[in-house]
Write a protein that binds this ligand. Structure first.
Ligand code: FES
Length: 156
């Protein structure tokens, strides 16, 4: 029992130490989404699907479900870093509830960075990866509408 408590204490102290270090480089918006990512997961038979591999080798996949012209649901999966989780969360939050045109016009790398309170230079590509993945998913919505039999995403 004492060992368990010691381990728990050690884990808490370590987590606090990591957070303390992260706060020196990242905003609260970034850390909060990194710790509590939203809109994670896949959508079965999405209306739009986008997958992009970033310069670092990390991947973001975005899934969109439309209701008429509104993005009713926008989700993601990634194998990327904490900053990628924050950027993908922000991209999906910004897209959800908007019309196709609004999302296309609104969600960009700059807007994601601005809403997150910025990122260190070495993580700017995480925001680029999130916005590119979203744009691919939006392009797939259009593609799917024009030629429904050519839907990009196939359930595996
Ligand atoms: Fe590669 Fe974040 S996407 S480090």
């Amino acid at each position: 029992m004492t060992k368990d408590k010691d381990l728990e204490k050690f884990q808490k102290a370590l987590q606090e130490q990591i957070l303390e270090q992260a706060r020196k480089e990242y905003s609260e918006e970034v850390i909060e989404r990194w710790m509590n990512p939203r809109n994670m997961g896949k959508i079965d038979n999405p209306d739009g699907y986008g997958k992009v591999v970033g310069v670092c080798g990390d991947t973001i996949e975005i899934f969109i479900r439309m209701e008429q012209d509104t993005i009713a649901e926008c989700t993601f999966v990634t194998d990327g870093c904490g900053a990628t989780l924050s950027c993908a969360t922000m991209a999906t939050e910004l897209a959800q509830g908007r019309s196709f045109q609004e999302a296309l016009a609104t969600v960009s790398t700059d807007v994601i960075l601005k809403k997150l309170g910025g990122l260190p230079e070495s993580n700017v590509h995480c925001a680029q990866l999130a916005s590119q993945s979203l744009r691919h998913a939006l392009a797939d919505v259009l593609h799917h509408r024009q030629a429904p039999w050519k839907q990009t995403y196939r359930k595996t």
